[in-house]
Write a protein that binds this ligand. Structure first.
Ligand code: C2E
Ligand code: MG
Ligand code: MG
Length: 402
């Protein structure tokens, strides 16, 4: 363990992608690599520093008396150089990259606090692809404390089934009929209603989105089955459900969708899964496989927030989509004057001749609806028609439908 000796600096070194290295060289060599790293650090630093291995693939270096900015950056450079030279394991050469979390230590603080703060800084350094070193600051601790608390709350929310779908109607412009609805997740937490924009990113990072997504899908399919049975919704009603790439890239996702459909008795042809454009591009190969399988089962695939990503049409062509949802920023910008040169017009023209539904998102005014209608857009969704609402409040009469 490290001595408790006041003013100095503490460096927590983490090996990037150690698990991948371990998988490719084997666990035996992975262990050897750690020993080599420890030896190198010892050889070069043991006279000036105190060294320790903290957990699996992290090493701590404590430098007493090193406290100035220039001294600290010197140490950072030394550590990087020291570990940049290749390691040789059983004749195999391994090059590692490291991230470093740095804390300036104070005499009135404890070692465990230094280590905790260094660990927070290290996790920031690992997350930020632009830099490999991060200096601890108190804002980081409160942000990560917030995150930790949020994760615990989301877990409780999952256990208590606090995540429920609200429904926003999708309207067929030509007939004015409701032809479907998008299920949008809402979290009734004990501290009030939480927007998906606030919990989805954390749920995705932590993997909990899989469970939440599954709960929403199940509830939405079950609600739709009941609404069709009671003739509230027509037989060919399209239920749209958002799915995260974390769900889609999972090998058992297709089976879990099939199970929900079997359990609820809702035909696959009643369901369209929405995927955000920008997120599909660099996702795992499983994602495309899964999309193809889902399409084969009869589900629709919608590209959400279309136009905001950077996907090429050539790439999109490989995706088995049945629907494009034009992001609301493009609907916002529509005017009589720019209509013909608008992105919306271009998208509608491209999809002519393809069997693709085009849904305009975020329609807020009658004027927008009129412009969209003149462009030949077939479906619309937005506050002008209805806000997302719980099933009990589903509108039987939409004022703005036609
Ligand atoms: P999205 O899928 O693009 O959903 C549309 C969002 O636009 C919804 O926000 C909706 O309330 C909002 N919206 C609808 N009409 C209008 C309008 O006329 N004007 C304006 N300004 N906004 C409008 P919401 O419900 O806050 O959802 C935000 C995002 O969270 C969704 O964007 C979707 O990406 C994600 N999300 C929601 N539910 C789920 C879910 O169950 N699973 C996953 N993975 N993501 C979800
Ligand atoms: Mg959506
Ligand atoms: Mg959208």
């Amino acid at each position: 363990s490290l001595p408790h000796s006041g003013q100095g600096s503490l460096y927590l070194i983490g090996i990037n992608k150690f698990r991948d290295i371990n998988d490719s060289v084997g666990h035996h060599n992975g262990d050897k690599l750690l020993i080599h790293i420890a030896e190198r650090l010892k050889q070069q630093l043991q006279d000036e520093a105190t060294l320790a291995r903290i957990g699996g693939d992290e090493f701590a270096v404590f430098m007493p008396n090193t406290n100035s900015d220039s001294d600290i950056s010197l140490v950072e450079r030394r550590l990087h150089q020291l570990l940049a030279a290749p390691f040789v394991l059983d004749g195999e050469t391994v090059v590692i990259k490291v991230s470093i979390g740095v804390v300036r230590t104070q005499p009135d603080q404890t070692m465990s606090l230094w280590l905790r703060n260094a660990s927070i800084a290290l996790s920031y350094a690992k997350q930020d692809s632009r830099t490999s070193v991060c200096h601890y600051s108190p804002e980081m601790a409160s942000a990560s404390k917030f995150r930790t608390q949020m994760i615990a709350k989301i877990q409780t929310g999952i256990d208590n089934r606090e995540f429920v779908p609200f429904y926003q109607p999708i309207i067929d412009l030509a007939s004015g009929n409701i032809c479907g609805a998008e299920a949008l997740a809402r979290w009734h937490s004990d501290s009030g209603m939480v927007s998906p924009l606030d919990f989805i990113p954390i749920a995705e990072e932590s993997g909990m989105i899989k469970t939440i997504g599954q709960q929403i899908l199940f509830q939405a399919c079950s609600d739709t089955r009941k609404a069709i049975d009671s003739r509230r919704w027509p037989e060919d009603f399209q239920l749209h459900v958002n799915v995260s790439v974390h769900q889609l890239s999972s090998p058992n996702f297709v089976e879990s969708v099939a199970k929900v459909l079997r359990t609820t008795g809702l035909p696959a042809t009643n369901v369209t899964l929405e995927i955000t454009e920008s997120r599909i591009i660099d996702s795992a190969p499983t994602t495309l496989d899964n999309l193809l399988k889902l399409r084969e089962m009869g589900l629709g695939i919608a590209i959400d927030d279309f136009g905001t990503g950077y996907s090429s049409l050539a790439y999109l062509h490989a995706l088995p989509f049945t629907c494009l949802k034009i992001d609301r920023t493009f609907i916002n910008r529509l005017t009589k004057e720019n209509l013909d040169s608008s992105v919306v017009s271009a998208i509608i023209n491209i999809t002519k001749g393809m069997k693709t539904n085009v849904v305009a998102e975020g329609v807020e005014t009658a004027a927008q609806a009129q412009l969209l209608s003149s462009l030949g857009c077939n479906q619309v969704q937005g506050f002008y028609y209805s806000r997302p609402m719980p099933m009990e409040e589903w509108p039987t009469h939409l004022v703005n439908m036609k």
